[in-house]
Every structure is written in structure tokens, then in C-alpha cells.
Design a protein around this ligand. Sequence first.
Ligand code: ZN
Length: 329
Amino acid sequence: MNNWSIIGHKRAVQQMQLAVEREAVPHALLITGPDSIGKRTFALQLAQAMHCTAERAAQRPCNHCSACQRVNSGNHPDLRLITPAEGKRGVKTDSIRALIQFLTLTPIESPYKIGIITTFERIVPNAAHALLKTLEEPPSYAHLILLATDAELLLPTIVSRSFQIPLRPLSRPEIAAGLVAQQEISPEEAQRLARLSGGRVGGAIRAFQQPEFLQQQLETMQLLFRVLRSDLPTRFDLAQELARDDRLVRETLEHWQAGWRDILLLQTGNGSQIIHLEDRAALEEIAAEVTLTTITQILHHLTKAQDDLYRNANTRLLVESLFLKFPQM
Ligand SMILES: [Zn+2]
């Protein structure tokens, strides 16, 4: 038993809970996993457990003490969270330098000084190199928690100096049960959200709190069907329209990947496991028309497009070339 309010990721929670109790949390942690899997929530809970002042270490984070509350509200003086500015792809080098400075100053209240950097895969090499020295010789109180979608996108020297915590997609029952327990939600709705989340608990919670995101997910599938039915000039127009919004492109690629996995499942007789039940008929139609080779090629193109997007490729060219690779229905 522990006080972490996290859905799933049991092993990782146990591991870090034990590390907190033994005062043996590694100086550099690298939490990896797809968007919305719960990396930031995990990092903040860990920071809360480390800063918590509850007498018994096993009870941290207690969620009640002043330290816990200030971590929750983003006001703890010994914690800093660095995220890209709105509309920007990665964190700025200046923010990284400021964070390194912050980490070297002795803590004010807690025994620890903690810095969290999100979307670390999109950090510029200069900033990563600046961090390396901190990772090599960290002050005894300094802790750095890096969040990234995939360790393979990072400098190997950063990865080798960090303790890795990979977070993987959760099962549908795990997410559904967690939603019912934490969010005052009916079991039916929880099951639907768990299914559409593709194993990403953050996605399920976001879809519950902001229904427009779920709507957007369903709309991106409609866009896929439109692209498949369009001729080349129309595809160029659709690509240009989508490419205006980087974030939408990223989310669309993820939903399409789930969509094409559904097509693969339908074609291989595993239709009961598909995510997009709402679009089953349209997906079945596609499954009947394309070959297995085409599906695996498209899944490969989608993965590559997502990687390229993280590597700051030209979004419009990327979307256009992807649209041209799709078969015509
Ligand atoms: Zn506390």
C-alpha cells in the first residue's frame, strides 16, 4: 500500500516509493513513454513524495502537509518544472541554464532540490550538453527528472547517466477501474474512454474532463477516411490544412496509428480488440481492400513521420509526403 494517486504503473511506483523511503532516489531519472501515458503525473508525485514532511516515510506523499500542497499548486521553492512555451516544440536553452543554476543552489526547505524537464526529446543539443555536466557531478541534493517519449531519441550520454523508468500503455480494465475509482464516472463511460485511450491514462482523463478532445479524436478518423477517398490535388489541400497546427498533426498521427492497428486487427480476425468501435464499418471496408503489406508499410510510415516531427522536420512537407503514401480507395 502507498499514497500515490496514480492509475497503473504499479511496479514503477513501488520502486520509487522504496527509493524515497531509503533516501536513495537516483540523481538523474529518465521517465519514458508515449504522450499522455502519465509521465508528468508520475514525476510530480515522486517530487511530492520526496518533499513531503509526513513523519513516516511510508506515508509520503501524505497529500496534506504544506509541502505536498505546494507541490500540487506548483509553488514549492525546491521544485521547478520546465515545459516548452505554448506553441513551441521544445524547451529553451535559457530555461535549461536557469534550471542548472537552480539545482546548484542549496535547497530552501526540503533535503532535495528537484528539476523536471518535459518533452526532453525535443531539447536542442546545446542545452543537452549543458545538462551533461550537472548529470556527471550533481550536488548531493540535486535531482533531475527528464521526461521523454523514447530514449532512442536522446543523446546516448544522457541516457547512460540516467536511471530509466519506462511507462507502458495500461490495459483497458486497469484504466477503466482507475477512472471509476478516481473520477466519479460510470463504469460504461469508463470502459468507453479506456478503449479510446489506447492504454494512455492521461488521454482517458483528458477525454473525460474535456469532451472536445474525444470529439477531435473521432474527427481525425473521419479525416483519414477522406484522405483515402481523395485524389492527389485534394490530398495536397487536406495536407496543407492539417499542417497549420503542429499539435493537431501530432495527435492525428497517433490516432491514425491506432486506426491502422485496428485495420490490422480486423484483417487478422481480431476485430474484438479494436479501439475505434464507432468507425468499425468504415475500418472493415478498408481492411477488405488493402493488403497486409500495405498496412505494415503505412504503420511504418506513421512511426517515421512521428519521429521526424520530433526532429523538427518541415511539417507541411512531412504531412504531404505521408498523404501521398496512402492507398486510394
Ligand atoms: Zn505531505
